[in-house]
Structure formats: C-alpha cells, structure tokens
Ligand binder design. Structure first.
Ligand code: ADP
Ligand code: MG
Ligand code: MG
Length: 901
C-alpha cells in the first residue's frame, strides 16, 4: 500500500520530490537535532491523486489520524482540546520553492472553547483571540473561498473606529467582536458556518492546500519558472509555536549571506511580538536581524549558531524562517536560498575558497541565465538626474518604465508594449501578474525579505523595496517623493543595485562583465570588480570542463571579431542574405529579371567581387578558425520590392496619366510570378541553388577566391560550405558536384589549392530521417533547429508566436516555447536519429547546431548529451553557451558516477 504520510523523523532532504522542499528540509533539520516543532508531511503523491480524481486517496484521513495521534501522545496534548490545546499549521510546499504562491493555514484547532484554553490566563487572552481571528480569517478565505478583502475591510473598519495604527492596538474585546464579524461574514457569503470541529478543520485545510496548487498565482508563477504543472504540492502539518506571545517572542527570516550581493554575514528581518506571516507581508516594518542581539542575546547566539550549522550542512546560502516563543528558538523552515546573479557568482567563489565546495560544484551553483543577467547594461550615473527616493537594493539591475500603481494597470500597459514600473506600498501574492509584466518593482515598505523582494529576486526583476521616503497613493494613482508628485505614466529609472530611484529615463551603459568579455576575457587585475574576477574564474573552469565547442552566428567582419573576443571558436553560421541587400539590391533585381543566361551571368559577375570582399573580411577576422558559410537560403522574391507597393505605384502613375516606369511593370510581373502562399515551404534553400543557374557557382567562386586572397596574404582561412534546406541526398549531391567543379576551377586558375569541406544543414524532418544517406555526401551536419522546429511541428514561427503561443503556454501545452528551448521529445528525437545514423555512415562526421537554441542554456545541455561537437549562437550568447557547455559536461560526469555507484 502506498504510504502517503511521513513523520519528520522518516524524511530527509533527499525526499523533496515526495515531501516538497519545505517538508523535506524540516525533516532534515529535525534529523540534525535542530529545534523544529514536531510534525509530519502528506506527500505530493497524495496531492496528485487529488488533482487527478478530485478526491484525496481513500486511506489518507486514517493515515493523518494515526500520525496525529502519535504527535498528540508525544506532546501530551490533543488537537483543539479545551484545556491547553495543541494547535497546528497546515503548510503547502512543492518540490520547487514557490514562496507565497500557495496557501498555509495557521492555528488549526481553535474554536469557541479551545480559544479559552489557549488563553489560560488573563494576560494571554488577547493573544488567544488574535490567533483565533487569524484562523477564522485564513480559513474563511482560503478554505471556504470568501474574498479576503472583506475580512481586511472589517479589520480596517475596526482599526479606524479605534484610531489604531496597527492590529497590536486592538484589545481583547475588539478581537472577540472581530471573530464574530468574521463568522457572520462566512455564514452570509457561503451559507455555511465556520467549522468548530478541529478534525474537520484539519481535513478541509489539507484539501485546500492541495487545491491551491492550481490557484491562479501558483499557475502564473510556475509558467514563469518553468515548473511542471503536474508535480503537486506536499502538505506539512506541524505543531504551532507562537511568536506573538509578547515582547520576549517574535518571528523572523534570515539569510546566511546577503542574497543580493553574496557578502557573508547574517542578514534578515525580525519582528517582535509577531507571527511569521506578519514579517513576510511587510505589515509592520521589521527590525534588522542584528537588533535581536540586543533584544534577546541568548536566542540570537543560538540562531547564529544554527545558521552556521545549516550553511555547513547544506554547503550553500540558506534562507530560514524562525520564531522565538518566550525566549525559545524554533526553526520553521530552511531552504537553499534564491539569490541574484551577482550573489550566485560571488557565493560560488567564496564557498570554493572556504573549502566547502569543489571547483566542480561551484560551476553547478551558477548558470547561463545568471551570467546573461550580469551582461545586461547598467545606468550611466554620470548622466543621471537627482535621486528622488532611496530604498533597499533588493534585486539588482537597471530598469526604466512608466510608474503604475496596480497590477492590472501594469498588465494592461505591458500588453501595449510599454515598459512599466510597479509602485506599491507593499506587494501581495495578488500582485504577481503585475510583477511579471513590469520591468521593476518599487515599494515603500518591507525589507529584503518582503514579498516584493523575494519574488522579484526569484524572477530576476529589478526591485527597490522599503523606500520609506516615498508616499504611495494608489487611489490618486501617484507617489510623492522629495516633495515631487509622480503621477501614473511618468517615466522613472529604478536602480536595483544601488537602491535608488530617479525621475526620467537614465541612459544605460555596458556592465563591467560585458566590458570584460568584450575586451577578450583576459585575466582581470586586482582592481577589477569582484564580480568580474568571479566570472573569469568560473569561465575558466567551464572552458576546461566542456567538450562542446562554441561557435558564433555572424555575418560581418565586425560581428566575427566580437564573437572571437567573446571566445568563439569559429563561425557556425555565416548567412549570406544580407550581402544581397542595401545598394546591391539592384544587382540582385537584375539577376532575377534577367531574360537569358547572358544577362544573368552579367548580373552575377557584378555581385561576385562584392561577395568575395565580404568573405575575405570575415575569414580574416576568424583566421585559423572554421567559418561555415551557408549558401543563399531565402526565396528570391524577398529581395524584390513589395507587391502591394509596386501595384500602388503603377496605379498612381496610371491615374495621373503618367507613363509607368518600365522597370516597375517588369518587377511587378516578376513579383507576381514568384509569389508564394507559403514562402517558408517554397522555392528557397538548396532548391534555389538547383533552379537558378549560376547562383551557387557565383557564391562558391566568391568563397574560393576569398580563400586564395587570404592565403596569399599569409592567412590561414578555413572556409566551409553549407547547403541549406536539403531534403534528400540527391539535392546535396548535385550541389556538391557544382561546388567541387568551381573549387577545382579556382584552384587551377590561381595555382592555390582550395579545399573546402562541404556539409549540409539538417533542418527538415526528411533530412533527419535519411541522415545516414545524406552523410555519405556531407562532411558535416549543422542542425538548423529553427526550421526543424517549424517543420516538425508544422507551424511557422512568425505566424504562430503572436497568434496562439500565449494561449498554449497558459493551457500548459508548452512549458516553454519550442523556439526558445528545444523540444527534446519531438525535434530532439529527430536530432538524435540524425546524429546516430549520420555517424554510423561517416564516423568522423562533424556535427553542430546553428539554430537559436545553440545559445539557450537548457538546449545546450541536450546538445551535449546527444554528442554534438559544437553549438553556434549569436555573439552575445557565447559566454552563456560556454558556461552551460561546461556545466553540461560536469553534469553528465556526475550522472555517470551516480550510475556507477
Ligand atoms: P510560505 O511557503 O508561503 O512561506 P509557510 O508554510 O512557510 O508559507 O507559512 C507561512 C507563515 O506561517 C510563515 O511565516 C511561517 O513561519 C508561519 N508558520 C508556519 N507554520 C508555523 C508553525 N507551526 N508555527 C508558527 N508559525 C508557523
Ligand atoms: Mg515560508
Ligand atoms: Mg533554415
């Protein structure tokens, strides 16, 4: 029989799939002997049963009851008993942390009787009723579905009556009344009474947590973080401890290092006389954790000691929640903490130096996404205006956008393609859609661990929080800072690295990390920014570890040179189409309009020297490294003027009684003749080369002559010729014959032997499926995964991305766009087949990828795993690809080791 419930003593951090991160880490802390309130966890498997069938597994209630009985026995108290009751929290926790995205219900077990028992003595009465009203409120909204705003309003009304600034000023009588009001609200809205039976509360709370897996904010969050929709959440049921028992109690959150910069030390917030959720919600401004040293030195020392133990145990930055109940420290949560890109590199470096992790593990602690973030531009403060607000630098980066004051407005403006900054007093889980839509989040309240800060860091969004010198007025839709009123729509610049806000759009400049790569990635000196040195160090490790080569997609000498500085080991895709644009367009038109071979030959002859010059420049920039030149790919009508434009021009001439330009009429005839319903699937690629006489010969001659020119200049040119859109080996065979003919012609004419490998793109399913045959004629393969994705799925990227991709992502049909991250199952399968059959036919076949996937972190791992030789991507993505290629190599070594042991 499946076991659905695990006591903390039975779990460990290795069981996160089953117990969720929270449950697994609570179990781990309990095993380490840390002070964890006792409890047990219902598995994600039970949740999956619930999600699939709408009902919890049949024996779940029994299992929970058995574990509860053990818990009660050990505590010597019963759930909700009248005298000194045991109370529970029911907490959500998925495999991957989704902070604040699902539900947690505290103080389960309270009712009209046990609330008296919880109080016990007169000085605890207020506390007991405060806990009770929290339960009714949380239960009413989360479990029974009453709009939480109604509870908030009732609370606000009461506060106003008493002119109370916050809840702590309400007395017992107020809270008793509030509980009544809340219960009436529930009855009125649901037609049902608040359940007084503790067992009933527990049962329904568990189901509500299951259900919250599919709540709107949880779904949005998962989509953004690429967390699969079918994992489900675990539910942890845990003995309550109370941070709201007076001045000697409190709750806090802490990090073992600064999650924004990575600096070591103890960072966090502490709120005396409060429950944990008050800290995260930012309702009252918390104290810096350091203040606890003064307030309660013994607990502070214990906490510091515990944090050290945790960091040594997890060998990473830990993020914790704790509560102090009457001077006793309780650990309520820990996890390996989210961090900014800068902190990720910094912490990986520090932990290596401290001997806690190996160099190999260090590489595992960073990733391409973080590196890409460090390459983003930052503000040019020399050109910046006055700072209008200071806050906490909660999530670094530079963002410019129009100030907006609620989530809906952020979403609305972003949908119009505008950049916005979400400005709130504090954010709540309901603000998530707006945070996703915004470039940055600015709040006037809350610390480094407030909802805004945690969520923004997780998403890599810029965030300044706790900017106490501004007053946010969502009703008037403005904020006031330094006496200036900033209304909605005004552009502000938010600097999440410095924690400041400026009016207007501050210009951006390259980041230090970008400058480091652009200057060739040389060893930085001691004066370099620490981040640059940390990046350098990890890049060296990645380069040493990786098997995949990294090449660039580059079409100009400038791009080629930059790619080389960024560490490219060649060009994997040099497109030739842009060489047919600009002033050369007329020559191309002449070629297309030519009536006979002579006219066409003349047009091609005029193009030849220009092409040769292009190739010479690129081969020079990439001297001694391979340059894969792709023959012309797009349909020729793309080089002609637009059909409608031509028709309009001719019609206007006619209407004005002017004689039309003869060339216009000729062009229109050509455009009309060449019109295609589906250009993506039309006359392009190798097909073009086979039907337009002289085109391939001209391009190949230009390459060959460029090679000769470079050789004569003392260079070491390594041109390779790549044939696009091949479906069958016959096509390749014919083109290859022509290529070889031209190469030997040029060799003969010049006396310089020109020998370019000829290979093909694999970008059509048929090519992938017949790769064994194609490999007989191809010296290399390069997967064109953009076209391969289009043709495998049967949709054209330009048409579908705007039309229905967001709906597909919403419905969970895709976890990520298959144009961003390779679809392993479908497209990836074709890649695997082609690699296997291609290598079987030609063991030394060189294989790479030149689609945009070549620079996508996840896809790079796939390409490593299937045994490609190189990935090729845009110059700016090269550092990311190098890093991920290194990580992929180490990951597969680690996987082999696991298998062996
Ligand atoms: P989240 O995943 O959103 O952080 P949690 O399950 O951690 O949700 O719970 C929300 C808040 O309730 C946290 O601040 C936590 O510290 C507090 N809490 C949870 N369980 C208990 C408990 N047993 N005793 C006291 N406070 C608790
Ligand atoms: Mg928590
Ligand atoms: Mg293509």
């Amino acid at each position: 029989m499946t076991k659905y419930v695990y006591d903390f003593a039975e779990g460990s951090r290795d069981l996160a799939d089953l117990l969720g991160g929270k449950g697994a880490n609570l179990a781990e802390m309990a095993r380490m002997g840390l002070p964890v309130p006792p409890g047990f966890t219902v598995t994600t498997e039970a949740c999956r049963v619930f999600l699939a069938t709408g009902e919890a597994p049949a024996q779940l209630n029994q299992e929970i009851a058995a574990h509860l009985a053990t818990l009660e026995q050990a505590a010597g108290r019963r759930l909700g008993q009248v005298d000194h009751p045991l109370l529970l929290s029911v907490r959500s926790g998925a495999r991957f942390s989704m902070p604040g995205m699902m539900e947690t219900i505290l103080d389960i077990g309270l009712n009209d009787y046990s609330v008296l028992g919880l109080a016990g003595s007169p000085e605890r009465e207020r506390f007991a009723w405060d806990s009770y009203r929290r339960l009714v409120q949380m239960f009413g909204s989360t479990v029974m579905g009453v709009d939480s705003a109604l509870f908030e309003e009732a609370l606000a009304r009461l506060r106003k009556e008493h002119r109370a600034a916050d809840d702590t000023q309400l007395d017992t009588a107020d809270l008793i009344r509030l509980v009544e009001t809340y219960k009436d609200l529930i009855q009125e809205r649901t037609g049902e009474a608040f359940p007084e039976q503790p067992a009933e509360q527990l049962r329904r709370a568990v189901l509500a947590v299951f259900t919250s897996w599919n709540g709107e904010r949880a779904r949005i969050y998962r989509r953004r973080e690429h967390i699969p929709d079918d994992l489900g959440t675990a539910v942890t049921i845990q003995t309550m401890v109370f941070g709201n028992l007076g001045a000697d109690s409190g709750s806090g959150v802490a990090f073992t290092r600064d999650p924004a910069t990575g600096r070591p030390g103890i960072y966090g917030d502490y709120l005396p006389n409060a429950q944990g959720e008050d800290v995260v919600a930012g309702i009252r401004n918390a104290l810096p954790l350091q203040d606890l040293a003064r307030l309660d030195p013994a607990s502070f020392a214990r906490l510091r000691d515990t944090m050290q133990k945790l960091e040594a145990h997890y060998r990473d930055l830990c993020d914790i929640e704790f509560t102090i109940e009457r001077g006793t420290l309780w650990m309520l949560q820990t996890r390996v903490g989210k961090r900014t890109a800068q902190a990720a590199f910094s912490i990986a470096s520090q932990l290596t130096d401290e001997g806690l992790i190996s160099a190999r593990e260090a590489l595992d602690r960073v990733d391409g996404r973080a590196l890409a973030r460090l390459m983003f531009p930052r503000f040019d403060t020399s050109a910046a205006g006055d700072v209008i607000a200071h806050g906490i630098a909660a999530s670094p980066g530079a963002a410019v956008g129009e100030a907006v004051f609620d989530s809906a407005e952020a979403v609305r403006r972003a949908a119009e393609g505008r950049q916005v900054v979400l400005v709130r007093q504090e954010t709540a889980p309901d603000d998530l859609p707006g945070m996703v839509a915004a470039q940055a989040v600015l709040t006037s309240r809350g610390g480094k661990t407030s909802h805004a800060a945690v969520v923004a860091r997780g998403m890599g969004k810029v965030c300044v929080c706790g900017a106490e010198d501004i007053v946010v007025d969502p009703r008037q839709r403005c904020f006031v800072a330094e006496g200036v009123t900033v209304p909605e729509g005004v552009v502000i610049s938010v600097d999440g690295s410095e924690g400041v806000v400026r009016l207007g759009a501050v210009p951006l400049i390259d980041s230090e990390v970008m400058r480091y790569f652009d200057s060739g990635g040389e060893l930085p000196d001691e004066n370099a920014a620490p981040t640059v040195r940390e990046v350098h160090r990890l890049m060296e490790q990645a380069d040493a570890a990786r098997r995949l080569e990294v090449r660039a997609n580059a079409d100009t000498p400038e791009d080629a040179a930059r790619a080389r500085r960024f560490g490219a080991q060649g060009i994997g895709l040099c497109r030739t189409e842009h060489m047919f644009l600009g002033d050369r367009r007329t020559l191309v038109e002449a070629m297309i309009l030519a009536h006979d071979d002579v006219g066409r030959a003349a047009a091609l002859a005029a193009l030849l020297p220009l092409q040769r010059q292009d190739f010479t420049g690129i081969l020079e920039a990439m001297d001694s490294l391979p340059v894969t030149i792709r023959l012309l790919d797009p349909p020729l009508h793309e080089f002609l003027p637009d059909r409608t434009e031509l028709s309009v021009r001719l019609a206007r001439d006619e209407a004005l009684g002017r004689a039309p330009e003869p060339r216009d009429a000729e062009l229109l005839a050509a455009v009309t003749r060449m019109h295609e319903e589906n250009p993506m699937l039309g006359l392009r690629g190798v097909r073009l080369g086979l039907v337009v006489p002289g085109l391939v010969a001209m391009q190949v001659r230009a390459v060959a002559e460029a090679v000769v020119a470079r050789r004569r200049a003392g260079g070491d040119p390594r041109a390779e010729i790549m044939v696009p859109l091949v479906d069958t080996v016959e096509e390749l065979h014919l083109v290859k014959e022509e290529v070889e003919r031209v190469l030997s012609e040029v060799s003969r004419e010049t006396g310089v032997t020109v020998d370019c490998p000829v290979g093909t793109m694999i970008e059509l399913p048929r090519a992938a499926l017949t790769a064994g045959k194609i490999a007989r004629d191809a010296e290399f393969f390069s997967f064109g995964t953009n076209d391969l994705t289009q043709t495998t799925w049967g949709f054209s990227r330009d048409d579908v991305e705007a039309a229905f991709f967001s709906a597909y992502l919403d419905k969970g049909i895709f976890e990520a766009s298959p144009f961003e991250t390779i679809d392993r199952e479908g497209v990836g399968r074709l890649v695997e087949i082609a690699v296997r059959e291609g290598r079987a036919a030609r063991p030394d076949l060189k294989i790479g990828v030149c689609g945009e996937h070549g620079g996508d972190p996840e896809s790079v791992h796939f390409f490593h795993d299937v045994g490609l030789d190189y990935v090729s991507c845009s110059p700016f993505r090269i550092p990311v690809a190098r890093l991920e290629a290194g990580r992929a190599a180490l990951a597969s070594v680690a996987a082999d080791e696991r298998r062996a042991s």
